[in-house]
Structures are given as structure tokens and as C-alpha cells.
Design a protein. Structure first.
Length: 314
């Protein structure tokens, strides 16, 4: 395993200038930022009130991995990091949650709408982008570095789910399908569910190609609300011949900004969740690289965050 690339001081200064490098970031209720074993862990107060539930959204602070001259909690197996350090980070993370006795169940994520229900811990990571369980002792996990992590809880049936929603999964309705699958597997009523939409890249930073408007409009009646501009980028330009440029030489259409959080919240509402039962973090991973990893902002040297949820052993 090659040693991690040493970042230049210019890169460190640039990242700090862009992020603000806040040591004590302000987190708005009902979200809380708890410190444990040198880590900062983001949690949702309504879920923390359930004594049988374990849940958390990780941050980058603390940990055993070395990146940009700092110790970070990288929870994915990245090329720049050493596997043993990523494993140590996962152990530290579970210890900080007092969840060492739960078996971590990560997924081999493929940007799909596939949900895996688990009654026991699999021998190897399964392909998919969501998981669900009502068995105590399992800690469901999804990894992100800009995509939307969503945790679902049924307080009455004691069932949980973890969802990784990138643009492809969102377009394929992974969140809406996960609610339906919980109803099928565990008898969960959508109106009983609580949903925590964790930190992800915000509409302030998530610029996509203009044709994304058409992709989403074809699937969702309220898709225009997800974008900052109501246009598809695919309409032919009837005056193209006036610009004296041959076909194929025109500048590309201007990008639009996509709000993946709003798109997934809309799916939760469509699936039957109550508006007051959906909690969305407004923290942007690309804006807050002092606190989170962001692939769009940091590229290949980004780590991976982990969002987890599980049922404690009796």
C-alpha cells in the first residue's frame, strides 16, 4: 500500500480559508454535535430519546487516519489511506457510540435503488444502497462524501433503515421504495416513521448539467422545485444559425443547482410520512470541509463519512 500523498501547505491554507475551519461549529436544534473519544458525532434529538436505538452521522474530526496534516475519521477503504487505520476508525466510531457489541453491516454501494433487509450479519458486504432490519445487534451503515444519508426509524415496530441517496438513487426513488419495503417486511406504517436526512452537499454547491431538469421532471411532478432554474437545457435554439458558429461548437448549456435533500424529503412525504416527522440537516458537506468530507470539493483525497442506525441488544 503506497503511503498517502503529503499535501502542500498551500492546499491546507486554501481548504481552511474556504471552510472557515470552525473548531466549535454551531448546530441548530434538534440536531446535536456530541463529543466522545475525541470524535464529533452528529445526532438527532428525537432519535436520541429512544433508549433502544443507536444512531449517528460521523464527521471527519479525530480518528487514526492522516490527511492534509491532520488526524481524520475516514470510515471508508480509500486508496490514500491504510486499511488497518480505516478499520481502527470504525472501531473507535462504534466505541464512541457505546455500540461495540453491535455488528457493523456496511454495503457495497452501487448507486441503485436496491434495499437489503437483514435478519443477521452477512459474511461479506452485499451490493445495494439501502438496508433495513428489526433484529437487535445489527448496526446498519451507509457511506457518503456528498450524497444524502437518510435514517428511518419505526418507534412502534422497532424497525430501522439506512439509505444512501445520490442523484441516481434519488431519481430511481430509493427513499420512497425504502418506506414501502419497511411496510412490506415489518408492517411499518409510514405515518409512524421518523426520518433523519443527514449532512450532504447542498443546493448552494451541487451544480449539475442542465439536462438533469428533464431527467427529474420525467419522474417527479414537483421536480421544478428541486432546481434553481426551471429549464431543461435540451430545448433546441431556433436562432442557432445567427451566432455564426457551426453545430457542435456552441458553448455548453449553463448548469443548474440541484437540491437532493428536498427531492428526498418529497419522496418521504409522497410515501406517507408526516411533515413534522422529517428532520433535515442544513449542513453542506462541500461548504463545511472543516467538519465533513466532500468528494466534489476535495476529489480523490476525500475520505468517507458513515451514517449508522441499529437496535441495541436487550
Amino acid at each position: 500500500m503506497p503511503s498517502p500523498r503529503k499535501p502542500s501547505s498551500k492546499r491546507v491554507r486554501r481548504r481552511d480559508a474556504e471552510s472557515g475551519a470552525a473548531k466549535n461549529p454551531k448546530i441548530a436544534p434538534p440536531w446535536t454535535l456530541r463529543e466522545s473519544l475525541g470524535l464529533q458525532i452528529l445526532q438527532l434529538a428525537p432519535l436520541s430519546k429512544l433508549p433502544w436505538l443507536v444512531h449517528a452521522f460521523s464527521t471527519r474530526t479525530g480518528g487514526a487516519s492522516d490527511l492534509d496534516g491532520a488526524k481524520v475519521l475516514n470510515l471508508g477503504f480509500m486508496e490514500w489511506d491504510q486499511p488497518e487505520k480505516a478499520k481502527a476508525n470504525r472501531q473507535i466510531f462504534q466505541a464512541a457510540l457505546n455500540a461495540q457489541d453491535l455488528r457493523l453491516v456496511p454495503l457495497k454501494q452501487i448507486h441503485s435503488s436496491l434495499l437489503r433487509p437483514f435478519a443477521d450479519s452477512p459474511a461479506h458486504p452485499c451490493k445495494g444502497d439501502a438496508s433495513a432490519a428489526n433484529t437487535p445487534g445489527l448496526l446498519l451503515a451507509v457511506q457518503t462524501a456528498d450524497c444524502v444519508p437518510i435514517l428511518l426509524v419505526d418507534p412502534k415496530r422497532r424497525a430501522v433503515a439506512a439509505i444512501h441517496a445520490g442523484w441516481r438513487g434519488t431519481l430511481a426513488r430509493i427513499t420512497e421504495k425504502a418506506v414501502g419495503r419497511m411496510h412490506f417486511e415489518y408492517g411499518s406504517k409510514p405515518s409512524d416513521l421518523l426520518a433523519a436526512i443527514g449532512p450532504s452537499i447542498g443546493p448552494c454547491c451541487y451544480e449539475v448539467a442542465a439536462d438533469f431538469v428533464s431527467k427529474f421532471t420525467a419522474q417527479f411532478a414537483d421536480a421544478a422545485d428541486y432546481f434553481d432554474e426551471p429549464r431543461s437545457g435540451e430545448e433546441p435554439n431556433p436562432l442557432q444559425w445567427l451566432n455564426m458558429m457551426p453545430p457542435g461548437h456552441q458553448p455548453p448549456p449553463k448548469g443548474v443547482h440541484l437540491d437532493l435533500r428536498k427531492a428526498n424529503r418529497s419522496q418521504l412525504l409522497a410515501a406517507g410520512l408526516r411533515p413534522r416527522s422529517i428532520f433535515t440537516s442544513d449542513l453542506c458537506t462541500a461548504c463545511r470541509t472543516d467538519l465533513f468530507f466532500s468528494f466534489r470539493k476535495e476529489g480523490a483525497l476525500s475520505g468517507r463519512l458513515m451514517s449508522v442506525i441499529g437496535i441495541r441488544q436487550k
